[in-house]
Design a protein around this ligand. Sequence first.
Ligand code: ARG
Length: 277
Amino acid sequence: MKKLLAMVLTGAMTLSLLAGCGGAKEAADASANTASDSASSSSDSAASASAAIADGVLTVGTNAEFPPFEYVGDDGQPDGFDIALIKAIGEKMGVKVEVQNMEFDSLIASIGNKIDVAIAGMTVTDERKLSVDFSDSYYDALQYVVVPKGSDIKTADDLKGRKIGVQLGTTGMFIAEDEIENSDVSSYNKAVDAVNDLVNGKVDLVIIDKNPALVFAGKYPDDVEALDGSQFGFGVENYAIALPKGDADLLGAINSALGELKKDGTFDRLVSEYIEN
Ligand code: ARG
């Protein structure tokens, strides 16, 4: 009997606790609604709902060593498809965009402190998702294999046991280290240095994303060529903007700006201007 009473009491307490939680949750939902109501009434307030850009500035990290997505322009400033895209996104959001050039391998750890977001031809991976959130994907990519011209490297088997050059912290590095047997991997801060070492014969091949592979290989048309990664079984990757974890307002503002740029033709114009020309 006593036991039964105890059980009833515990049940009642649990119920009242649940009720309490419900109340708190309702209150939170109500304030979230207010925030999104005011956000939808003006895109400026959507942006300022995020603490990251409360100062009206979106600080963007990139690694301008990855043409045509990002490179240092003639004026010494970062330029390229990603830079033009994030500036257009900032304009739609009503914030100023400031770009900081840094090492690719430092980008993720800098999000939420040195920089608000990163745009750097960055592939969405499960591992990275543990530290950052990603916007909607804006471009499909694939790893390519840059080899000496006329090389006999043709299949996944041919990659085994080779000296492979990659850029530090990239998906090309993860493939070389984790998926290719007996690989001897050299990691460079700048991908172009890996290609230079390929030309000098210090590495046997370089694994890097398609478009930069074509640009870098194009610098040495007599010495190297870029091979399509699908012939080695590499899968499609998706580029997205990396953001601080859990900043739903910033994520929403960036995704809706990106959606608008796709709708109004700006996105396609940037693709043909920077990538397809
Ligand atoms: N897509 C690859 C990755 O996410 C390489 C990106 C390199 N980007 C750069 N700006 N250096 O790992």
